[in-house]
Write a protein that binds this ligand. Structure first.
Ligand code: BGC
Length: 739
């Protein structure tokens, strides 16, 4: 090859890589480190071949007291008190930490990003809304969780942020919790595995990952002044196990401590949680960031293990400096806080990949949002195989429901994503412009598709009567800062469904909800789809499932109870009259919790409760239907450090599908555990008639109990029953093994 043509082919190859693979811009963004350069001598911590710990240590040695302090606090948040002196240096997100420019250490620009990047419209930007976190847990798919995190990571970077405040993983002890949609359901193994994969892939985009709210922040009512009372064993085996697994897989740079107190100490000054468990036992090397206004002290919080106060410096600004100067806080403790922040910056790559704002890939985001929604929508009921809809038979379709002509609802609070061009107000009901009416109409041009808002149930029922089928879109809005009083659909929607189904039994209900809902009308309708908060392209995903262009595969990450009377706490525990209220608790270091929620159900979270108490449920944990059927056989269990559970699944139906196979264990009676626990799962794709053998490896800890007196996990000797199947209530394979 002649020189020019070699040059040409190099250029072409490079262009190809830029266009198709996108590797070159990413590589260019990284500082290259030349060992002999001037920089190598002045900034040796820029050497990427050193470990994050070594690099952080080198920087720490250069810092003045003021610089160390600056790494331990925020500088205000738009709308949070009077603007701070450095407010103009923020990026419009919930908080930021100053950089140390002279040493090449960037600002940490934080944004909420539960199911997409927050406040984008307000800042003249755009974000994709993914399905809610609870929806994403319904996919039971670590790869889908990874795509979820990667998209959010990319959109954070494009919008000028290098730290996420996403990664919620509080277990659903209280399904009326208004933030249930921000979390990953009621089981620690499922929730921890998925949040960990989300964080891993989010951080791979060079943002600092976060997991929250640590811990047992399981209701919003009185969240700033409630004391969560719970045994260590119950916490370690459920709530904290979800964090432990998530942190082990995702290695987040930050853990956000929660607002509430746990067993008498606020989470952000709780030594047991922050130091004994998180930093010592789990060896978490990153930093602990307070929930917004969740810091209550200087000396106590610092000693307990809080590293960074957000969004202000009420306790970790001047007060921290004074405490270090007067010797109340040793310099080594401040060093530990600063070192952890620096380490997270190096480990996540935000130092080596300086911020470069870009444009969010809108179309790419739509594609991913739709695909993830398809993997997250749970088919709960399908009587007489009414679904998938048969295009050849339908002439008239009724679409019923508030805003079903326009869009689908989303979850509120700090998780709220703005719809294109519309800044959202705190706790407004926000509908994303993804129209069920349009999506269904587009699927079946041969039929007449008519809409009724359902505001007048009689007129909706009249339309249903004239139609071959009625599809009713119902919603339950939830948000941070509130809890539901009950799990009923609001605004008379139960009566609407009842009347529509009385007029036409071929009624399909599509539920847009943030948690479980009760369904007094269930026996009257033919089909139910749980679409959760379905994100930017929810309607297309739902239409694809309704018409069978996508075979549903999702399964419930939480139990749907028959009624609130069956919950561990039939009545939501709310602050007593005369409680201080949020503002009082957040403003003072003297605050004390004013009421307690006693989590007496202990180990019995979610399905473990209903199993142990023999309470029938509406839909069990792990339930979800498909347009095909599966048969399980051939269980083999081989105990070991990792127990291998091998079984065979056959697709016995007519369509290709993905089955989520679940492995549960019943521990020996002497372990005093609930009847069974999820210990593993896998998603299996099978063509019609295809049979495959699978092995799920079970981590020894998932079979163990936490022994409080020994402060250690232990495997209880005895006989274990290993069960495999398609839901927590459908486990055709069982085998006993001894440990
Ligand atoms: C929420 C956090 C959130 C923070 C910043 C708090 O009220 O509890 O989840 O990250 O605000 O917006």
């Amino acid at each position: 090859m002649t020189k020019p043509s070699r040059l040409l082919s190099t250029v072409l190859l490079t262009l190809f890589a830029v266009t198709i693979v996108g590797v070159v811009p990413r590589a260019c963004a990284q500082h290259s480190f030349d060992k002999d350069s001037k920089q190598a001598k002045s900034r040796p911590w820029m050497n990427t071949s050193l470990s994050p710990d070594e690099r952080a240590e080198m920087v720490l040695k250069q810092l003045s007291l003021d610089e160390k302090i600056s790494l331990t606090h925020g500088n205000g948040m738009p709308g949070w008190g009077p603007p701070r002196p450095n407010a103009h240096l923020g990026n419009g997100g919930a908080g930021f930490v100053l950089g140390i420019e002279r040493l090449g250490i960037p600002f940490i620009q934080m944004s909420d990003a539960a199911y997409g990047v927050r406040s984008s419209a307000e800042n003249g930007r755009y974000s994709t809304a993914l399905p809610s976190n609870l929806a994403s847990a319904s996919s039971w798919d670590p790869q889908a969780a990874c795509e979820y995190g990667a998209l959010i990571g990319r959109e954070l970077r494009a919008q000028g942020y290098n730290m996420t405040l996403g990664g919620g993983v509080n277990l659903t002890r209280e399904p009326r919790n208004g933030r249930t949609f921000e979390y990953m359901g009621e089981d620690p193994v499922l929730a921890g595995t998925l949040v960990g994969n989300r964080i891993k892939c989010e951080q791979a985009q060079n943002v600092i990952g976060d997991i929250k709210h640590y811990a047992v922040n399981d209701q919003e009512s009185g969240r700033n002044e409630v004391d969560s009372v719970i045994s260590k064993r119950a916490m370690r085996e459920s709530d904290l196990l979800a964090f432990e697994i998530g942190i082990a897989i995702g290695k987040p740079g930050a853990v956000m401590c929660s607002y509430n107190s746990i067993n008498g100490d606020f989470a952000c000054e709780n030594k047991y949680l922050l130091t004994d468990v998180l930093k010592k036992e789990w060896k978490f090397p990153g930093f602990v960031v307070s929930d917004w206004g969740g810091t209550h002290s200087t000396v106590k919080a610092s000693a307990a293990g809080l590293d960074n106060e957000q969004p202000m410096d009420d306790f970790f600004g001047d007060k921290l400096r004074d405490a270090v100067r007067s010797g109340k806080i040793p310099m080594s403790e401040l060093d530990d806080h600063a070192r952890r922040v620096l380490r997270a910056e190096f480990a996540s790559g935000i130092v080596d990949h300086p911020m470069a704002k870009g444009v969010v890939d809108v179309e790419g985001g739509f594609e991913i949002a739709r695909k993830l929604a398809e993997q997250s929508t749970v088919l709960l009921k399908n009587a007489d195989n009414i679904l998938p809809l048969d295009r050849s038979k339908l002439r008239n379709i009724a679409i019923i429901g508030t805003h079903a002509d326009y869009g689908m609802i989303s979850g509120g609070g700090s998780a709220q994503v703005d719809p294109p061009g519309h800044p959202s107000k705190w706790q407004a009901h926000v509908w994303f412009p993804t129209s069920p009416l349009k999506a269904v109409s587009a699927k079946i041009p041969s039929a007449t598709v008519k809409f009724d808002s359902g505001d007048n149930p009689s007129s909706a029922a009249a339309l249903a009567k004239q139609s071959d089928i009625a599809i009713v879109f119902v919603h339950q809005w939830t948000s941070e800062g509130m809890d539901l009083r009950n799990l009923s659909l609001p605004d008379n929607q139960d009566a609407l469904i009842d009347q529509v189904a009385s007029a036409n039994p071929h009624t399909i209900v599509v539920v847009e909800s943030g948690t479980a809902v009760t369904m007094p009308w269930l026996d009257k309708v033919s089909g139910v789809l749980e679409a959760w908060y379905a994100g930017s392209k929810g309607a297309d995903a739902v239409a694809n499932i309704l018409f069978g262009d996508v075979n549903p595969s999702a399964k419930l990450p939480m139990t749907f109870p028959k009624s609130e009377a069956d919950l561990p706490h039939p009545q939501l525990v709310v602050p007593p009259p005369g409680a201080q209220g949020t503002a009082a608790v957040m403003r003072t270091g003297e605050a004390k919790p004013t009421f307690a929620v006693k989590y007496d159900e202990g180990l019995k979270v979610g399905y473990k409760w209903y199993d142990a108490e023999n309470k029938p449920v509406l839909f069990p944990f792990g339930h979800g239907l498909s347009y095909t059927t599966y048969a399980y056989s051939g269980l083999k269990v081989t105990p070991g450090a990792q127990t291998a559970v091998t079984f065979t699944v056959k697709n016995t139906g007519q369509r290709e599908g993905s089955e989520i196979a679940q492995v549960y264990a019943a521990l020996p009676e002497t372990a005093a555990e609930p009847p069974k626990r999820l210990v593993g799962f896998t998603k299996i794709q099978l063509k019609p008639g295809e049979t495959k053998e699978f092995t799920v490896n079970i981590d020894g800890k998932y079979l163990s109990i936490f022994d409080e007196s020994a402060n250690a996990w232990k495997l209880v000797p005895g006989s274990y029953n290993i069960m495999v199947g398609g839901s927590s209530k459908d486990l055709p394979l069982t085998q006993k093994v001894n440990y």
